[in-house]
Design a protein around this ligand. Sequence first.
Ligand code: PLP
Length: 429
Amino acid sequence: STTPHKWNFGAGPAMIPRPVLLRAQAEFLNYNDTGLSLMELSHRSAPYEQLNNHAQQQLRTLLNIPSNYKIIFMQGGGHTQFAAVVYNLLAWRHHKNAHQGDWKDIPVDYIVTGAWSAKAVEEAKRLGANVRVVCDAKKALGGYKGIPAESTWLTSDPAGELRTQDAANNRQPAYLYYCDNETVNGVEFPFVPSMHNADVPIVCDMSSNILSRPVDVSKFGVIYAGAQKNIGPAGVSVVIVREDLLHTSEGEHGLLPVPLMLDYKTMAKNNSLYNTPPMFAIYISSLVFEWLLDAQAQKVQDGEAYFVGEKVGVEAAAARNERKAGKLYKALEESKIYRIVVEDKAARSKMNVPFRISATHKDDPNGVVDKKRDEAIEAEFVAQAEAQGLLQLAGHRSVGGIRASIYNAMTEEGVDVLVKFLQEFAKQY
Ligand code: PLP
């Protein structure tokens, strides 16, 4: 059967394609005829070195990554990148400025469209960076419900954090940061920001939508992604960085020294083998890349298959993701009890679909909402879904409600099952 026993709608760690799990199981005790499990091999061994290079090459092929970009595997998840970005790019910009002035005066620009970009801002501030929030969607829209028009950025700066003299002095920010897909809030960019000139590198957190659609890597300075949503297991993060941005600070010119484990240049120079890498996570990631790249790889030992006969690659995944998200949003829009959280249709995520249940106003003669009862109905929704094998549908603990995550690994069949469940559940109210 191609059908998993359960459908996993969790936001992350998320579903791994079933053929990948089966293949890993088959190779678990004896990796590549070494007689050892991959976990037991030296990271300096030839088979691992081969895997390390192969995984990078696969990702390069999948995302069509130009040759002037390095691919590195790092540890510490997305949160570690919140800090790594600040250290590495301030060191680069200060160097580029010929170390004129204080690094603390160099602006770093952030677009905040949800919980994860907000957390990245917090970290940059902790490290003492001169953070300018050039767009704050929550303040502009009264919640993380979309993406304010690009023409309002910078000038909108509702927190008053933008130092206008920076613009007047024409001081280049070290980078412009944004999160391509806000996993908690379901806001996804349908475009790449272009508010600065090409001298300002764009840094993008693609943790929850990497490989879900093609991307023009050449527009970015740094792209990073924790693996545990659309790639593989937690423990590894992929960083794609333009070579000319690699600059290590040794603490000169008053700069913060970049901790070696956060240093892109050290990692790149050592081909992600500076220290012991999270080998097993990288191995599974490589199997996921193969699954995306190669239809033959989908034919696993016991005959289970996935998407067999369908096209492979990121473009095919994107088409499938469009169809899946389209079906789900349509079903939610057609029902009277569901409310999609992201109002800005163009910014609705194809990966994470947060929605609320609002059923009580229908019972009340004056249409009054009973928030507590609606929340109880949401809990009931999650419980009934679980009982039918539709797992992990509760929204993020910070926002509540329901969230269906439909990454690459979720099949169209899984979305159909969820849509049917949504419709059946709605009939009870
Ligand atoms: N960025 C995004 C978009 C995320 O979804 C997450 C986690 O869910 C993070 C960053 C933080 O990742 P980690 O938990 O690996 O530190």
